[in-house]
Design a protein around this ligand. Structure first.
Ligand SMILES: NC(=O)c1ccc[n+]([C@@H]2O[C@H](COP(=O)([O-])OP(=O)(O)OC[C@H]3O[C@@H](n4cnc5c(N)ncnc54)[C@H](OP(=O)(O)O)[C@@H]3O)[C@@H](O)[C@H]2O)c1
Length: 354
């Protein structure tokens, strides 16, 4: 009897030990990423992933062999594909980072997901809500993880701001202001941000940060939205959005592709305000309270700011999740719908809207 019990215990012990080792092995296994596209943001991602020990960059896919080789050489990437399809069909990657213009997000993401690859897709997730919904349906059908690369939601500065607001440091939040307005150089006028067929315009390119920012601190209970925009080749080159919330709070958000403004934001509360340079992903928070207290809190990035989203993505995939509990599909769909509405009221139309 004693032997039997001992054997059973030993069996349980062995099984637990095996499960523990398997789990540990899984946790130690790096998630193998492939990048789709070789432009500006692909470079930033390739830099950041070097600092994330849970992930490794094993492949890059370009529409051309030359670009794939050049990017591969620059970042010492072992596998280079001269087509997105070839990378999707290969078994060298577990996950794909989609870094092509907005109009290509749906095709590239679904191509990867239909080949059972998890997807981190650049912002904005899609050019309109219909496309974003189709993408989340595709993820569900294939049982893979899909997340919009809203890296700003995961950086230390945003987490700290959310904590300060939750702790009531600023009192009740009454208003939010955020400006993300840049101007392109004359030799960049052929960029996809000026092409309606690519989902061009400032709202989708950078206004998406302002709308997320407002939503993080004021919630989603909006009563009315007003918006005005200036145009360049059918795209919004300057968009100004005013949102009134049911609790009487107001958000003032602007974005531009042909107009430079100081890239800054404020969160105003009944007890004082926070000033945030690069408001959506601050590396420093300046608190100014009505009683005269002033404090500056440093919130530096680990590297270039993308590391936290890559780590979060890896953690979700390792846990077997199909959606992020932080950068949720609901939030992505909510903001995409808001952008649809703002475009409708200002007359910004894309061929994909039909
Ligand atoms: N998170 C951020 O901070 C951030 C910052 C900038 C941009 N983004 C987002 O990242 C995405 C890409 O922006 P980007 O600035 O990296 O663009 P980009 O520099 O023009 O690069 C886009 C890449 O996509 C590929 N591509 C596929 N179809 C294309 C087409 N029709 N036109 C042009 N390129 C095409 C090209 O690579 P191959 O030719 O090698 O295939 C190109 O190098 C956008 O959705 C943008 O919103 C995010």
């Amino acid at each position: 009897m004693r032997n039997f019990v001992q054997n059973v215990e030993y069996g349980v012990y062995k099984k637990e030990k095996r499960l523990y080792n398997e789990k540990r092995g899984d946790l130690m296994k790096k998630l193998r990423f492939g990048i789709v596209g070789t432009g500006t943001i692909a470079h930033r991602f390739a830099e950041a992933i070097k600092n994330v020990e849970e992930a490794e960059l094993v492949a890059v896919a370009s529409r051309t062999k030359e670009n794939a080789e050049k990017f591969g050489d620059e970042f010492d990437i072992p596998v280079r594909f001269d087509s997105y399809e070839k990378m999707a069909q290969s078994d060298v990657i577990d996950a794909a980072y989609i870094a092509v213009p907005h109009s290509g997000h749906i095709t590239c993401s679904c191509l990867m997901m239909n080949n059972k690859k998890h997807v981190l897709c650049e912002k904005p997730m899609a050019v309109n809500k219909r496309e974003a919904e189709a993408m989340f349906e595709c993820a569900e059908k294939n049982n893979v993880f899909l997340m919009e690369a809203m890296w700003a939601r995961l950086v230390p500065g945003t987490l700290k701001m959310l904590e300060l607001v939750k702790d009531g440091v600023l009192g009740d939040i009454l208003a939010v202001e955020g400006k993300f307005c840049y101007t392109m150089d004359e030799d960049e006028m052929d960029h996809h941000v000026f092409k309606v067929e690519n989902g061009g315009g400032s709202l989708l390119d950078v206004g998406v940060y302002g709308l997320n920012f407002a939503s993080w601190y004021l919630g989603n209970d909006i009563e009315t939205i007003n918006a005005q925009c200036s145009f360049y080749k059918g795209t919004d080159s300057h968009m100004a959005v005013l949102m009134k919330y049911k609790n009487d709070a107001i958000a003032d958000i602007s974005s531009a592709t042909l107009l430079r403004k100081p890239n800054e934001g404020f969160v105003y509360g009944s007890k004082g305000y926070a000033y945030l340079q690069r408001f959506y992903a601050p590396q420093e928070i300046k608190i100014v309270l009505n009683d005269g207290t002033r404090e500056t809190i440093a919130t530096p990035y680990r590297g270039n700011g993308f590391e936290e989203q890559i780590s979060h993505f890896c953690e979700c995939v390792t846990k077997g999740l199909t959606k992020s509990p932080v950068v949720t599909p609901e939030q992505t769909l909510y903001i995409t719908e808001q952008m649809d509405e703002i475009r409708k009221m200002t007359g910004v139309k894309y061929p994909q809207d039909i």
